[in-house]
Design a protein. Structure first.
Length: 122
């Protein structure tokens, strides 16, 4: 799972295995460890009782929650992503959870073999 932050937006990109894991109810998490031992993580999980996405800044990272029904339905379709806009004080937080397409320009050792193929437009 990849995380991209830009402006007041948060984007998570998931490969095929991660989308399948999420649809089966598994929580996805990544952690970045710094030289001083501190950690920053980001987590994506489903919530059965929610009808909308949510995001929280926790002490050690970010937690994004998606409505189960929408995420499971999305996992089985060709749609590229799920997109949400959440009021955040005087701003709006944009959240995107997308299927990660293969990178054709990256060196071979940096390519994700489980990324979605580009020839199959999602």
């Amino acid at each position: 799972m990849k995380l991209r932050l830009r402006g007041n937006s948060l984007r998570l990109r998931l490969n095929q295995n991660e989308v399948a894991d999420l649809a089966s109810g598994r929580t996805l998490a990544e952690t970045l460890t710094f030289p001083d031992g501190s950690k920053f993580g980001y987590t994506l999980r489903l919530c059965e009782s929610s009808k909308d996405a949510s995001a929280q800044l926790l002490r050690s990272g970010i937690l994004v929650t998606l409505p189960s029904e929408k995420a499971i339905d999305w996992a089985g379709r060709d749609e590229l992503g799920l997109y949400y806009e959440i009021p955040a004080g005087d701003a709006t937080l944009k959240i995107a959870v997308e299927k990660d397409l293969e990178c054709v320009d990256a060196p071979l050792d940096e390519r994700d073999p489980f990324a979605y193929p580009r020839e199959k437009a999602c």
